[in-house]
Write a protein that binds this ligand. Structure first.
Ligand SMILES: [Fe+2]
Length: 448
């Protein structure tokens, strides 16, 4: 059976492009946007002969970079992340620096912190990228990182700290909590006790607390010995828990609260509400409950609010909307604080089709949403919010998204005014190539 993650715009591109400058633009690029949009995603360098052996989460990472300056689109470039596993497959230069415990594909996210650009995947160490993306160095925080790092670290908007965790399937410890200061120095590591290795893709950070998601996708050593590329399975009997910990605390300070089984890949945001913690998540009834080579879940995800009352040992679950959505983002300036707005990709309503069809902006204060429809034969990826230089309101800025245009068999960078989200784009940059559906990215302003 064909693997949906190897066809259409999931199929990898074969070229690494360097010489595309002065890209054609429809509309006017806001002059505030001086920098690069970096986007990471799987782009398998070698496709297995049996397509069911390929899992979307395991494809070799590729970074796509679109540069904007002076109201112009000044360049497009794409590069595989120079991981050791890529080198072993196709003979590219291996990364410099220390050896990872397991060679990861560095395919999930790309961030800039402490003056370093990091390609991330939860199964491996970060890879620090050169500005031209041609080189990589395995980044273990000067020897301080002993096990893999999540692809979803959070930056505290006040302190500039990078707050994160890492899962080590071969633990114990299966879970570690870390903090790097604003310069990128790792200053804190705490080992956290959990009974087994579970797939922990994201977590919550408030101004004072970290919230861990111990949900029942379980690492299965038996599956690992069969050579399956992602040896996890849905195991609701293992139970589901969230762990609330003061950010300055450790394992002894965590309160674990049991809840009904479900799965969350992504947290929109998380904040303190007195003694409670509010966490907005994209919730699946279940995941990793399908056969290899099929879609990731037999259920469609939607936005939910979890109000965690640690003192009463209870989580109140509210479904906020029925629309199938994923890839939630906020204005990062409100990370860990109460948020009003959220941006997501909107999925189709067929479980077996993993394609996103557009975007949605949630106004959680007004309990309202606005859709961006990219047009016929066009599909939109993760929305990245960029606050305007003089923007004061939480949505005063732009949403950047990579849109695949099937008619052109190439992609566009679409720039939306977040305050008039359902309207036409302020600018569309026509990229010279197709950007396969991928995962996450960041806007990196020039000079940061
Ligand atoms: Fe993710």
């Amino acid at each position: 059976m064909p693997n949906p993650y190897l066809h259409g715009n999931f199929a990898p591109v074969l070229d690494e492009r360097s010489d595309d400058h002065e890209l054609p633009v429809t509309g006017v690029i806001p002059p505030d946007l001086e920098g690069r949009l970096l986007r990471n995603g799987p782009n398998p360098a070698v496709i297995p002969s049996d397509e069911s052996d390929y899992h979307w989460f395991s494809g070799d990472g590729m970074i796509h970079a679109v540069s904007l300056a002076g109201g112009k689109a000044t360049g497009y470039r794409n590069r595989w992340v120079r991981t050791r596993s890529l080198a072993n497959k196709v003979g590219t230069s291996p990364p410099r620096g220390p050896r990872e415990p397991i060679d990861g594909p560095a395919n999930t996210h790309v961030i800039r912190h402490g003056g370093t650009t990091l390609a991330l995947v939860e199964s491996g160490f970060p890879h620090a990228l050169s500005p031209d993306l041609d080189r990589a160095r395995v980044h273990d925080f000067d020897g301080s990182l002993a096990s893999p790092m999540t692809a979803h670290p959070k930056v505290d908007p006040d302190s500039g700290e990078l707050v994160f965790f890492g899962s080590d399937v071969f633990g114990p410890s299966f879970l570690r909590y870390h903090v790097a200061d604003a310069t990128g120095q790792l200053v804190r590591t705490e080992e956290i006790d959990i009974p087994r290795a579970t797939m922990m893709h994201d977590f919550g950070m408030t101004s004072t607390r970290a919230v861990f998601l111990d949900l029942p996708i379980v690492f299965d050593l038996e599956l690992a010995t069969t050579g399956r590329s992602l040896p996890y399975r849905w195991m609701p009997e293992a139970g589901a828990r969230v762990g609330v910990m003061p950010r300055a605390g450790g394992n002894d300070d965590i309160r674990w609260i049991t809840m009904d089984p479900s799965y969350v890949f992504h947290v929109l945001n998380c904040f303190d509400d007195g003694d409670n913690v509010v966490m907005d998540v994209i919730r699946y009834d279940k995941a990793f409950d399908t056969a290899p080579g099929e879609v990731i879940s037999s259920s469609l995800p939607s936005l939910a609010r979890w109000t965690i009352d640690a003192a009463a040992n209870r989580v109140l679950e509210q479904r906020l909307d029925d629309l199938p959505v994923e890839f939630p983002r906020i204005d990062d300036a409100v990370a860990g604080k109460p948020h009003r707005y959220g941006y997501c990709t909107r999925l189709g309503d067929r479980v077996r089709d993993p394609t996103s069809v557009g975007l949605v902006k949630y106004d959680l204060q007004r309990d309202a949403s606005t859709r961006y429809e990219p047009g016929e034969h066009r599909t939109a990826g993760e929305p990245v919010f960029v606050r305007a230089v003089d923007g004061h309101g939480e949505d005063e800025g732009w949403v950047l998204t990579v849109v695949f245009d099937a008619t052109r068999d190439a992609s566009d960078l679409v720039i939306l005014d977040a305050t008039s989200f359902g309207g036409p784009p302020v600018a569309t940059v026509h990229l010279p190539a197709r950007v396969p559906y991928g995962f996450h990215g960041s806007w990196v302003p020039t000079g940061t």
